[in-house]
Design a protein around this ligand. Structure first.
Ligand code: FES
Length: 105
């Protein structure tokens, strides 16, 4: 499994996730209850970046049509999201957040 550097831990805040593009994929990194989570960033419904949406209580709301996803699980909590989000494994090494692009179920 190859780990890729994403950002420094200081670049991710509870209300301000970090958006990046890694190997052609848009990825959002979130902080919830002291843990980091990485999710696909393009909303499955249409084209909107979820990291530009509203984040509260471990959930992110799509800025375009207001689908809501659970950040820890990627689960779609409110339509029209269409499906759950892919999650990527995350680890922190020396304050550097790393992910691997193998999606978790
Ligand atoms: S693009 Fe996200 S709900 Fe429509």
């Amino acid at each position: 499994m190859s780990w890729l550097n994403v950002c420094d831990v200081g670049q991710v805040k509870e209300e301000f996730p970090f958006a990046t593009k890694i190997e052609g994929r848009e990825v959002g990194v979130y902080l919830v209850d002291g843990e980091y989570y990485a999710l696909e960033d393009v909303c499955p419904h249409a084209y909107a970046l979820l990291t530009q949406g509203f984040v509260e209580d471990g959930k992110v709301e799509c800025p375009l049509h207001e689908a809501v996803f659970d950040i820890k699980s990627g689960k779609c909590l409110r339509e029209p999201g269409g499906r759950d989000l892919n999650k990527y494994p995350v680890r922190v090494i020396d304050n550097q957040i790393q992910i691997t692009l193998l999606a978790e179920e």
